[in-house]
Ligand binder design. Structure first.
Ligand code: TYD
Ligand code: MG
Length: 449
């Protein structure tokens, strides 16, 4: 261990201690002890620099140099490719496919002659190489390098020697800086490790991807600490029972944070899905009650998904409400509106709602499709197979307008749908599809069934 006697320093009096304490025994101040390496960094950030006030109009833009990874869905979410000098944190549950995705991305970069280093702290070099060989087309390039290591200093030496332009660190929680006392994965280690990779990325212009494990509640471990340090935060999500994977930007300094990439996990790695709507609609039942197609919007594109509902008698017990892929409080609100404003007696029924294919939809424009699916199941009347629906539902039973109407209608028309039940405000938008604008939920139910 490098530091033994002066690892922690009191910010109030400057006294040094071998270990952390809540109270400084020298000046009696509380919570003033910080780890030495942290303190140096804080000083660097807060200290006086060569900064000056300038007119925005006179500052040249920092053009971000991008290299497409060749994994198109990833490139789109990043905003057009990996940024040299940019640091991306990729979070996701274990087994979702983070290592696979990033190995494919690095292979794509290496194929373009962009030297790429994959540092694994979790698997041996042999395991990493074996995985890479299983992926279609990967592991041919001499520019794709791998290192099994979790000591930060050793990794930095390897970076000096091999001088890669792209780097994956899998995972940031397994890396350890010897200058810090604490164990790998603790908050101070995470901060130190991430900060050193960020410094390195900026200095040498390395496109850096840090893999971060997600804790049980869905936050990337290292309580939000890393999100502020990095340029881009991506969340890789998917359901264990489905092959579908989605990649979302949660923060992006170099592009939009609303884009979504869609992949399918196959035996040859992740395959890009260029028409997600096709995938989502592949197995939909035709003319079955309780099934409605929703036109949703994700970033710059529209996605069609099937909403399924099943309404049954609760048999006198307390009714069950279960939903996957949509928000449960949203469903509760929609059921209340259906009961009070559209006269559907669903309050005593069991209600199950599911987005087919394992997608998750957050936007309120999904409301109308959920309501129609529930109504369709309750009334046992199918909604015609050539109909899509979108629109937000208000507490008064009104159907409210939503964003990106044209994109939704265009996607529906492209997928062969003939009619769209939409908010009244969308009715004027012309497209290759008949638009049925509705003002209230009751009007929508009449139009659909
Ligand atoms: P992995 O990339 O190791 O996930 P993470 O790094 O997020 O923990 O992927 C793990 C899962 O993906 C594993 O259950 C096996 C599966 N998989 C495939 O189905 N096909 C493949 O080509 C690969 C490499 C993995
Ligand atoms: Mg992994």
């Amino acid at each position: 261990m490098a530091k033994t006697s002066t690892s922690f320093v009191c910010q109030a009096c400057g006294a040094a201690f071998p270990r952390w304490m809540g109270r400084c025994t020298s000046c009696s101040a509380w919570n003033t002890l910080v780890e030495e390496a942290d303190r140096k960094r804080l000083g660097k950030l807060a200290g006086p620099g060569a900064s000056k006030v300038q007119a925005i109009s006179e500052i040249a833009e920092d053009g971000a140099a991008r290299v497409p990874t060749g994994v198109n869905e990833l490139d789109r979410v990043l905003g057009g490719g990996a940024v040299l000098g940019g640091v991306v944190l990729v979070g996701g549950d274990p087994g979702v496919g983070k290592s696979t995705l990033l190995m494919q991305a690095l292979a794509g970069l290496a194929d373009k002659g962009c030297r790429a280093l994959y540092v694994s702290g979790e698997e041996s070099a042999g395991q990493t190489a074996a995985r890479a060989r299983r992926l279609a087309g990967v592991a041919r390039s001499k520019d794709l390098l791998v290192l099994a290591e979790n000591d930060l200093d050793a990794i930095e030496r390897a970076l000096d020697e091999s001088k890669p332009r792209a780097l994956v660190v899998d995972s940031v929680q397994t890396m350890r800086a010897q200058s810090m006392e604490s164990a790998a994965g603790t908050v101070s280690q995470l901060r130190e490790v991430a900060a050193r990779f960020v410094e390195r990325a900026k200095r040498d212009g390395i496109a850096t991807f840090l893999v971060g494990h997600v804790t049980k509640d869905g936050a990337i471990a290292g309580p939000k600490v890393l999100e502020h340090i990095v340029d881009t935060v991506l969340a890789f999500e998917g359901d264990r029972g489905h092959s579908l994977r989605t990649l979302r930007a949660q923060k992006n300094r170099f592009g939009s944070a609303t884009e979504v990439g869609v992949f399918e996990m196959t035996s040859e790695g992740l395959r890009e899905v260029d028409s997600p709507s096709k995938l989502f609609l592949a197995e939909r039942p035709i003319n079955a009650s309780g099934s409605v197609i929703a036109a949703t919007s994700e970033g710059s594109r529209s996605l069609l998904v099937e909403i399924q509902a099943l309404v049954g008698s609760a048999g006198g017990g307390s009714p069950r409400r279960t939903c996957t892929g949509v928000d449960s409080s949203r469903l509760a609100m929609i059921l209340a509106v259906l009961e009070r404003k559209a006269g559907l007696a669903v309050s005593t029924c069991d209600v199950f709602v599911n987005v087919a294919g394992g997608a998750r939809i957050d936007e309120p424009a999904i409301d109308l499709a959920i309501a129609l699916a529930v109504a369709s199941s309750h009334l046992e009347r199918p909604v015609a197979a050539d109909v899509v629906a979108f629109g937000e539902i208000g507490l008064a039973g009104e159907v409210r307008g939503c964003a990106r109407v044209a994109a939704r209608l265009a996607e529906a028309a492209a997928m062969g749908f003939r009619r769209a039940i939409t908010p009244a405000s969308a009715a004027s938008s012309s497209a290759d599809i008949e638009v049925i604008g509705v003002r209230t939920l009751s009007e929508a139910i009449d139009a659909a069934m």
